[in-house]
Design a protein around this ligand. Structure first.
Ligand code: ZN
Length: 191
């Protein structure tokens, strides 16, 4: 683990931000670097994970069952994570984070996101729908319900480690549909 003190890009305070980086070799995937930025002045926090090897656009899907909750997951900032059966999808954006976790951790993050969304809405119908999704996520976590989790990453920086995982390359038309989390002008510059 490497630790550095850097200036905070958010509150501009000099040398108040801890930048931690850690590399790890993930079997069948490659070497990854996890980073955590944490400002001691304003509390800004950002985490990301990148694979240090060049990868092809990829789509992983896994039918989630009780004995698969501990399957390792690497989710980069550029990945879209979805559970179509529950109508859930997290797309990359300026605030999206990369992380190393497992299937249970992914479900937990979805629970957190739905909870946050429910606190922001006050119409009855959306609330009901929200608590239905929460119940479903709970059932998946205790193994009473099985759903498919899909991770799509145009940069191939993400990974689900399980013998039953379905892995294939993303089609060009699928890649076009995916958000990357980068601003449009940056994409134009690349071309
Ligand atoms: Zn700060």
């Amino acid at each position: 683990m490497e630790r550095m003190k850097v200036d905070c890009p958010i509150c501009q305070q000099p040398k108040c931000m801890d930048a931690l980086t850690r590399t790890e070799k993930i079997p069948y995937f490659g070497e990854i670097m996890e980073s955590v930025l944490l400002c001691n002045s304003c509390g800004y926090r950002h985490t990301d994970v990148i694979c240090l090897e060049q990868k092809d656009p990829v789509r992983y899907s896994l039918k989630v069952k009780k004995d698969r909750l501990s399957a390792r997951v690497v989710k980069s900032q550029s990945a879209t994570v979805s559970i179509p059966e529950l109508g859930l999808k997290v797309e990359p954006g300026p605030k999206s984070l990369g992380y190393v976790s497992n299937i249970e951790g992914v479900l937990e993050r979805f629970q957190g996101a739905v909870k946050t969304a429910m606190n922001l809405i006050d119409d009855e119908k959306s609330r009901k729908n929200g608590s239905l999704i929460m119940d479903n996520l709970k059932s998946v976590r205790c193994g009473e319900k099985s759903v498919e989790i899909i991770i799509e990453d145009p940069f191939g920086q993400s990974f689900i480690a399980h013998p039953n995982v379905e892995k294939r390359e993303l089609m060009p038309e699928e890649i076009k549909e995916l958000k990357t989390g980068f601003a449009t002008f940056e994409q134009e510059n690349i071309e």
